[in-house]
Design a binder for this molecule. Structure first.
Ligand code: CMC
Length: 362
């Protein structure tokens, strides 16, 4: 029997994260991911995902220093980033650069590879962006931590504390999400004893598809439409009556509130203060949830991570072409944690297929 899309099939044992779709909980290494965003940094949570425990002070400083050291790109990658055609989308550029950064010879995946891949992702994005805009690249600053430095390289100035907090919360919440398609892809690649750069290259190619890394840009389009509408309820009702899906609502696993959406909304409320876009988002959420309950009874449809990710991106003036690359820059932590877990106790992924073609004529 074929289980299409491997729905409901457990493909690996993992101690990295757990999704409780019924109770709306996402757990990283035994800790509620929503709680993690309150007092922890990108670096601390990365360490937790990679090692299964919190770093002590010394380990944290070591990790921060290592990430800073590994941010620079070799000259040939910088040259590659300016030679790829301007019309090539960001995810394809990222995939190509990561592939080119891999070692000449196959090496066993290591923690230092995970750090280097995580460190270089924002630099690749910012370097390519500055090239496309025809301006000088703002080199990484050794003064700044990972998330702050990313915004600094993109905008050429230090971000405000609230911008930093907004992006850091988003990046922590999207680092890891169980056996999603790109993580599976990374694990399949490394299960052949291939290298970690190949695994992350596969994962980026998988993430690129609209059914997976599907950017919150579609939510922005929906909210832009709502902003222009004189009657939001009528707009949403008509959409639902036409059988359209509301972008940023519903989830395959969560049948209650997506905890990532809840945490993102909380940080927006705490940091953004009075914000027209946030007000609009909350109005659309309330109206849509009520209408979904009325028109799709029993389906348990609430906002998902993409809905408030759109508001986060707006609040830090991130352009929509960078949404999925930024998601990738955080998910690389989860991918590399899974690669390291896979190689610890590896069995090559080699499922069967059910032949439905013709047989030889006797
Ligand atoms: N708007 C309106 N109706 C919806 C929506 C929605 N966003 N999502 C599900 N439904 C309805 C759907 O029409 C169906 O109704 P009926 O039973 O009358 O045909 C019912 O709910 C179940 O739909 P389904 O497609 O079987 O549900 P699913 O669990 O396979 O879909 C989903 C999950 C995310 C693909 C879907 O909810 C959707 O298309 N949402 C909009 C796109 C979106 O926001 N995507 C981002 C998801 S978060 C990504 C991540 O975690 O990384």
């Amino acid at each position: 029997m074929v289980i299409k899309g491997l729905k409901g099939v457990a493909a690996a044992e993992t101690a990295i994260s757990h999704i409780d779709g019924v109770n709306g909980q996402l757990i990283y290494r035994g800790i509620d991911a929503g709680d993690l965003t309150k007092n922890h940094s990108f670096e601390e949570v990365s360490y937790l995902l990679w090692h299964g425990e919190w770093p002590d002070q010394h380990q944290l400083i070591q990790l921060k220093n290592e990430l800073k050291k590994q941010r620079g790109l070799p000259d040939y990658i910088e040259n590659l980033l300016i030679s790829l055609p301007a019309e090539m989308d960001f995810m394809s550029v990222l995939r190509t650069a990561v592939s080119a950064a891999g070692p000449a010879n196959k090496e066993k995946p290591s923690y230092s590879d995970a750090i280097r891949l995580t460190a270089m992702m924002p630099t690749i994005i910012a370097y390519r962006k500055s090239h496309l805009e025809g301006r000088a690249f703002v080199r990484p600053s050794a003064e700044l931590d990972h998330v702050e430095n990313y915004l600094y390289m993109l905008n050429g100035k230090r971000p405000s504390e609230s911008q930093c907090k907004a992006l850091e919360t988003y990046m922590i919440l999207t680092m890891e999400h169980g056996m999603n398609a790109s993580t599976f892809s990374a694990r399949v690649t490394v299960s052949t004893e291939s290298d970690i750069y190949s695994a992350v290259t596969s994962a980026i190619g998988t993430m690129k598809g609209p059914l997976h890394g599907g950017a919150p840009s579609e939510v922005i389009a929906f909210l832009d439409e709502a902003a222009k509408s004189a009657d939001i309820e009528k707009l949403i009702r008509e959409k639902l009556n036409r059988g359209e899906r509301l972008m940023g609502f519903g989830h395959r696993v969560y049948k209650t509130h997506d905890p990532r959406a809840v945490a993102l909304k909380t940080v927006l409320l705490e940091n953004a203060g009075k914000d027209a876009w946030l007000d609009l988002s909350m109005k659309v959420e309330t109206t849509a949830v009520n209408l979904l309950q009325e028109l799709k009874p029993g389906r348990s449809l609430y906002t998902n991570v993409e809905f408030y990710a759109a508001a986060i991106m707006k609040s830090i003036q991130m352009e929509s072409e960078l949404f999925t690359p930024t998601f990738t820059a955080s998910r690389v932590v989860g991918w590399t944690a899974h690669v390291l877990e896979q190689v610890e106790n590896n069995t090559i992924f080699r499922p069967e297929s059910e032949y439905i073609g013709r047989l030889p004529v006797k």
